[in-house]
Design a protein around this ligand. Structure first.
Ligand code: FMN
Length: 214
């Protein structure tokens, strides 16, 4: 057994008080996201965990990259036939999670997910380097494959096929927008008395703000 009981960190970098926060959670997210981008120890501030509910009733989490956020929600791209794609087809809800250790902060977002319109996915796909475009075509994401060679051979063939041609977005690849209905901002504080501010969407589509015990 490796005992980690004595590993302890004091969180004392910042605070999150009601008189400092924004009325709209997306504005609060934008402030924190910009600070995370500036923090030298955070290499991918836009990396987030996405949890979906699988048919066995167990949530499954994986990292993806946030590629945009708007007043409506948070956008990431993936393969629609992947394991997360299948989970979302059954239950189009997810929990997104950001942890920015250098700032002692986490953000937890519960959201309804929708595929974004195809033309928006086309636009993003076209902006990607050709290698990434071909990677998306080659990979039957989340399926069992015989070996690594299977991917490399497929890639080699496609590189030849598309040498002088543009790569079209595969139909099963595109973006999701996660439209939030709950966003919690967590700021680590001394003595484990952390700040937790929860924004919940009301029936009239305004945000109710409350404080949760740590
Ligand atoms: C930092 C990081 C960023 C990632 N970004 C993406 C992404 O934007 N889209 C994606 O489909 N997979 C991304 N992945 C891979 C996923 O974590 C995952 O392996 C893949 O999407 C298949 O997940 P699924 O089988 O649960 O659907 C990323 C992995 C890491 C570690």
């Amino acid at each position: 057994m490796e005992n980690l009981q004595d590993k302890r960190k004091i969180y004392d970098k910042s605070e999150l008080l009601e008189d400092q926060i924004k009325k709209e959670p997306i504005e609060q997210f934008r402030d924190w996201y910009h600070e995370a981008e500036q923090e030298p120890h955070i290499s991918e501030a836009n990396a987030m965990a996405v949890s979906t509910l699988e048919s066995d009733g167990c949530p499954r989490t994986r990292m993806v990259l946030l590629k945009a956020y708007t007043w409506e929600g948070f956008i990431f791209y993936t393969n629609y036939d992947s394991r997360k794609g299948q989970a979302l087809a059954e239950n189009p809800k997810a929990c997104l999670h950001f942890f920015w250790p250098g700032l002692e902060r986490q953000v937890i977002i519960k959201a309804h997910l929708e595929k974004i319109p195809g033309n928006l996915s086309d636009g993003y796909f076209a902006s990607r380097p050709k290698g990434s475009q071909l990677g998306a075509v080659v990979s039957p994401q989340s399926q069992v494959i015989p070996n690594r060679q299977f991917l490399e051979e497929k890639l080699k063939n496609l590189e030849k096929k598309y040498e002088n041609k543009e790569v079209d977005r595969p139909e099963n690849w595109g973006g999701y927008i996660a439209k939030p209905y709950e966003i919690e901002f967590w700021q680590g504080r001394p003595n484990r008395l952390h700040d937790r501010i929860l924004y919940s969407l009301n029936e009239n589509f305004s945000w109710h703000i409350s404080r949760l015990a740590p």
